[in-house]
Design a protein around this ligand. Structure first.
Ligand code: LLP
Length: 404
């Protein structure tokens, strides 16, 4: 079975479930996971799906069923993954900027934890001493990633403990006899260059000497996937070869085994997802032909927030004459999805499909303008399921307290 849904499939789902609608193809996630399994030796690596990209419980269950572990960025995500059936040892919680109480909660749940500040490391040491293993999230001072807003490893970034503070880290580890079982670095999102990961490997290689109980070296996520036609993503095969060599180098230098851990979000779910919208209005104005759809940055924020490019297709008229359109939404501020984009001729009522909408699409959607978040439909093995219903007025009002 092909792992991409065809225009025809997208169209018939949109007609059945209405628009706007997010559509996810589980088999594509499996295909992406298989690529990682092939590239990274299972004996010395583990893949944790960074579920912040898409937490629909059916996606979590699918990810679990194919053998992939899961990475969380809040203790609520941890609870969701446990509810989805993940065993605690298959869950990783990579925290940043959180209250210590969340770490205590994660420890009580028995999941793996990475700590990203000296203050929480100190509190952790004081409370748990050597009784619970923990990883340290480091800031490598490396600039990488597809946009400044998604770069996390550079020298001005809030994420991780700066590597130049290694002496402070070691002082805490020794004062409280903390059981450090891992080192973690997440440098950013959409990193095409494999060498970025290798620079992190070099840092791990040096620092490992300080941590005799180290078991895993977590290189984070951030693998690039193609968003544009003919664009290339991270060369996962090459990365796999280099990481295998790195783990071998670690083994010879330190005389024991280590695991490489990864936390991909986009790589696993970006391409599995589609947002299908309907064109409400066409508007011609000096030099610009607007196609206004029944969505906006309230449903897919990536173009406005990160200048992200999402491929768009007119799935109602794929063979139409090519013209240029500026594709916008229907909310009360500028919500442009694409500027001056070539599309097959668009008529009012046509369905436009946005590609690469699986990662950080629905997950970052809001109810701005009191619009409903879209329905979510899952396709697996050729069957179609409603995996999340469209919001209703009741949802919008659910948490409001009528006091007047
Ligand atoms: N691990 C950690 C610690 C992270 O912070 C992230 C993403 C990942 C893994 C997964 O990164 P990925 O493989 O998905 O690139 N909303 C933005 C992306 C923000 C990423 C935040 N952290 C976007 O739509 O581009």
């Amino acid at each position: 079975m092909s792992s991409s849904l065809t225009a025809e499939q997208l169209r018939s789902i949109a007609v059945e479930y209405g628009t706007p609608v997010y559509i996810y193809h589980a088999n594509k996630i499996t295909e992406q996971y298989e690529k990682l399994k092939k590239a990274f030796a299972p004996s010395s690596s583990r893949v944790f799906y960074a579920c912040k990209a898409l937490t629909n419980i059916n996606i979590l269950r699918h990810v679990r069923s194919i053998g992939c572990d899961v990475d969380c960025s809040s203790v609520n995500e941890v609870h969701m993954t446990l509810k989805a059936g993940f065993e605690p040892q298959r869950v990783l919680y990579t925290s940043n900027g959180i209250a210590f109480s969340e770490i205590e909660e994660a420890v009580a749940l028995g999941v793996n934890v990475n700590i990203d500040s000296l203050s929480n490391l100190e509190k952790f040491g004081a409370k748990y001493g050597h009784s619970y293993p923990v990883g340290i999230r480091l800031r490598p001072n490396i600039m990488a990633g597809g946009h400044l807003k998604i770069s996390t490893g550079h020298a001005q970034s809030k994420f991780g403990i700066p590597i130049e503070q290694i002496d402070e880290i070691l002082a805490l580890v020794s004062r409280y006899n903390i059981f450090i079982n891992g080192l973690h670095v997440h440098t950013g999102s959409e990193i095409k260059d494999v060498e970025v990961f290798m620079k992190v490997a070099d840092i791990f290689f040096e620092l490992a000497a300080h941590f005799p109980e180290l078991q895993f070296l977590d290189m984070g996520g951030g693998f690039k996937v193609p968003y544009k036609e003919n664009e290339e993503g991270t060369d996962i095969g090459l990365l796999g070869e280099k990481v295998t060599a790195f783990i071998g180098r670690m083994r010879s230098a330190y005389n024991r085994d280590f695991q490489a851990w990864f936390e991909p979000g986009k790589f696993l779910v970006s391409e599995c997802g589609y947002l299908v919208t309907q064109v409400n209005v066409l508007k011609q104005s000096a030099g610009t032909l607007f196609a206004g759809v029944n969505s906006g940055f309230n449903h897919l924020i990536r173009p406005m927030f990160y200048e992200a490019y999402h491929r768009i297709e007119n799935i109602s008229n794929p063979a139409g004459e090519k013209k240029h359109y500026t594709v916008t939404g229907n909310i009360c501020e500028t919500d442009t999805f694409a500027w001056d984009r070539e599309l097959s001729e668009v008529r009012e009522g046509d369905l436009l499909a946005f590609y690469n909408a699986g990662a950080y699409g629905y997950e970052m959607a809001s109810n701005y303008n009191a619009r409903y978040r879209p329905a979510q439909v899952l396709v697996k093995d050729g069957r179609t399921y409603l995996a999340g219903r469209r919001d209703t007025m009741e949802d919008l009002l659910r948490n409001q307290v009528e006091v007047l």
